[in-house]
Ligand binder design. Structure first.
Ligand code: ADP
Ligand code: ZN
Ligand code: ZN
Length: 739
């Protein structure tokens, strides 16, 4: 390169600023590592501020809007080829714009940690050992003084090449070294051979019933289409995924499968592994950095044919994508709630369109957004109305808590239903979405209650750990013996959590196993698996737990589901609370009667006449959701209007609110309020004080995405350059899932 044409690269770094930075690539850097490239999608090492960090090239050129002579040089080029395929790179650009997040952070925060730290891409070829010419010429017993060396050379004599790891495991590194020193063996690098397309199936596919057959026939193998597979719990959606994947594999392509949580659904992973003879990798939070990078890499090279992961797996590079499947598409875990606040479901659809491949969104309780997308003709609606095999839908009934006594949250009719189920040799699932022993501690004499000093909330009693714990900030203290206010001794644990109901049920059923599943009981690694293994043995037992139990697990022998408190979902101020309640109740109920015996569902409520509960129970989730959707249209809430919230929080009470007032002023000067674009707030957040910070929100709604997008982009830049923005924590949440 001549001195006249400097190479300028635009670098995205993980900085909170919504911009990229120009650097020069000096000639010596190119010469240092002639194989490395200064191309879009490659990493570079740069000095940013005073720190050295890994950045990603997002543009190249020979000019800069800054003085070229003042540009800093990049330190080192790190890659010989772009890390991300172009279509994925474009997805990041799109997502950073849409979610108003700095591109550098979006790109780098989703890369495997080791790549973010600047590590080289792992080798895709593997090290094998073979005999040298000298080694091949050895007589059959020439090493008999060293039996291990003899055995190893014998093995190579028989097999030709053998994998390094395999030999180290069978012999030892020192034996390999000794033979290498004698020039009897040598290492060779071998690319992993492409996976064979014969024998893709390890077990036969099930014969589909007519509903399933119709669904799979509707799914086109090629080109972009979004499908909503709307099938009741147990209708065999997973079988449809498996058969769609099989087709993709036969074309030599890869399948990207997203599920909400891998540890809660070990069966799902097992079903995929049992079905296919194809390399499958999982991507989830339980991996070490090295494992994660290896999985990511094998997806990128195309070695992995099935990639099973949670939310962030949507950003996995794929050599040869064929289909995207997103199970339990209504699940909130697909939306990241901090930092880069993307929705993996929505990005999945965008990605499928960019890659020109089908995406299947599956759920027994689809989100109102997706149902509306079907109505608008954007998604194809595939319905599975019946359970697969011989299983039938469970019977629901309501228990009126106004007329029944409860103990530890369990009413007497629920208790007798449990008794009967256990006596019949079946299993029971008790659902209570509140962990801990009791949600409050009160003084019977003076009315004092144990509150968190850092949050607007009460402390939860955790009796097993003798602690009061705040579920919002994790503040903890010992359970007091006397009231700190009046020194009285009558402190009571009010209300019930899973721990209390568990203790009570264990007392009522001393001969049965009572298994609790919540975030406290499953803290220990493997605890969840232990519970599943016990339940899968099929002996009568009682499972009690929070929504962790509602997620996709197939309990064949559960025939009774009891929901201890259905009311909390009826009265939350969040506009999505009814949708969530319907989904949760339907999903929990769906754990019942999945085997050959019919199931029952008992719902305890103070509001047995509540019209929404009645609709849900009498008419089912589909009808219920249609009702909610028409309400949303009347009240002009998402998905009929587009929403975003700007959040701010500060330790000083007035600062966050003042910041948002300013934000609103700036926003109104960019786009004055009209019927098409409106502002609400600043308002205190639902939990105004949390972890010592005062939190406020400013809501912006628009009738068109584009209106909202252009406003937010302009607003974000103005806010970030304003000095007040450094005194508060603030963020923009596009399509928020929580208010
Ligand atoms: P979903 O994912 O819709 O909840 P699953 O795919 O887990 O449902 O299916 C529920 C049960 O029905 C599983 O045990 C599955 O093996 C079985 N199943 C699914 N499809 C069929 C079929 N066509 N014939 C027989 N059994 C089936
Ligand atoms: Zn008191
Ligand atoms: Zn707290």
């Amino acid at each position: 390169m001549s001195d006249l044409a400097p190479l300028v690269v635009r670098i995205a770094v993980p900085s909170p600023l919504r911009r990229v930075f120009d650097y020069l690539v000096p000639e010596h850097v190119l010469k240092d590592n002639p194989e490395a490239k200064a191309e879009v999608g490659c990493r570079v090492l740069v000095t940013f501020g005073r720190r050295e960090m890994t950045g990603l090239i997002v543009g190249t050129g020979t000019t800069s809007e800054f003085d070229i002579n003042k540009l800093k040089p990049v330190g080192r080029l790190l890659d010989c080829s772009p890390l991300l395929p172009e279509s994925l790179f474009n997805l990041f650009v799109w997502a950073a714009n849409y979610y108003q997040h700095p591109i550098g952070d979006a790109l780098l925060s989703t890369l495997p940690t080791l790549l973010r730290k600047g590590d080289p891409l792992p080798e895709t070829s593997r090290r094998f050992w073979q005999l040298t010419t000298k080694g091949k010429g050895l007589g059959p017993t020439s090493l008999k003084g060293a039996p291990s060396q003899q055995a190893l050379t014998d093995e190579l004599q028989n097999k030709g090449k053998v994998d390094d790891a395999q030999l180290v495991a069978a012999y030892s590194r020192s034996i390999l070294s000794a033979l290498e020193e004698k020039k009897l063996i040598e290492a060779v690098m071998v690319e992993t051979p492409p996976h064979s397309l014969d024998n893709i199936l390890k077990e036969d596919a099930l014969t589909l019933d007519s509903g399933q057959q119709q669904a799979i026939n509707s799914i086109e193998d090629h080109g972009f289409n979004a499908y909503l597979l709307d099938g009741v719990t147990g209708s065999g959606k997973t079988e449809i995924y498996l058969q769609a994947i099989e087709k993709t594999l036969r074309y030599g392509r890869q399948a990207l499968v997203l599920i909400p949580e891998i540890s809660l659904t070990p069966q799902t992973e097992k079903r995929f592994r049992d079905r296919f003879n194809a390399p499958l990798v999982t991507l989830h939070s339980g991996l070490t950095d090295k494992q994660r990078l290896a999985a990511w890499m094998s997806a990128k090279t195309g070695d992995a044919k099935i990639i099973l992961g949670t939310r962030s797996a949507i950003f996995t590079p794929l050599r040869n994508p064929g289909v995207i499947i997103l199970d339990e598409e209504h699940d909130q875990s697909y939306k990241q709630q901090d930092g880069f606040r993307y929705s993996a479901r929505d990005l999945g659809v965008i990605r499928a369109r960019q890659e020109d491949i089908p995406i299947i969104l599956g759920s027994a309780t689809p989100s109102l957004e997706s149902l509306n997308n079907c109505e608008m003709g954007r998604y194809k609606h595939l319905l599975l109305k019946h359970r697969a095999g011989n299983a039938t839908q469970p019977d629901w009934s309501l228990i009126d808590l106004k007329t029944e006594r409860t103990e530890a949250g369990v009413s007497s009719s629920t208790l007798s239903a449990i008794k009967q189920t256990i006596a019949n040799g079946h299993q029971v699932l008790v659902f209570l979405n509140r962990r801990g022993f009791a949600p409050a501690m009160l003084c019977h004499q003076c009315g004092w209650s144990a509150d968190c000093h850092h949050c607007d909330s009460r402390l939860t009693v955790h009796r097993a750990r003798s602690r009061l714990i705040c579920h919002h900030c994790d503040y903890q203290q010992r359970i007091p013996h006397l009231c700190p206010n009046c020194q009285g001794a009558q402190l009571i644990a009010a209300g019930e959590g899973t721990e209390r109901s568990e203790a009570y049920l264990q007392q009522c059923f001393p001969d049965s196993k009572v298994l609790r599943v919540d975030r406290d009981s499953t803290r220990k690694k493997g605890a969840m698996k232990e519970v599943f293994d016990t339940v899968d043995k099929g002996e009568p037992c009682i499972l009690i737990g929070t929504q962790m139990l509602s997620k996709g697990h197939h309990f064949a022998n559960v025939t009774l589901v009891a929901v201890l408190d259905a009311d909390s979902g009826l009265f939350s101020p969040d506009f999505r609370s009814h949708e969530r309640m319907g989904q949760l109740l339907t999903q929990v109920a769906g754990r019942s009667g999945r085997g050959t015996i019919a199931g029952r569902v008992l719902i305890q409520t103070h509001q047995p006449q509540h019209p929404l509960l009645e609709i849900l129970i009498e008419k089912g989730y589909g009808y219920f959701a249609a009702q909610l959707l028409s309400e949303r249209e009347l009240t002009q809430l998402p998905p009929f209007r587009y929403m975003s919230v700007i959040r701010a929080e500060s330790e000083r009470a007035n600062e966050a609110e003042a910041f948002l007032r300013m934000a609103r002023q700036i926003a109104e000067s960019i786009s004055p309020p009209t019927p098409l674009l409106s502002y609400l707030g600043p308002l205190p957040a639902m939990l105004e004080k949390r972890a010592g910070r005062f939190r406020f929100v400013l809501q912006v709604e628009a009738s068109k995405r584009s209106l909202l997008q252009s406003l937010l982009s302009a607003l974000a830049l103005q806010l970030e350059s304003h000095k007040a923005s450094r005194r508060v924590r603030w963020s923009i949440d596009v399509d928020p899932q929580e208010l």
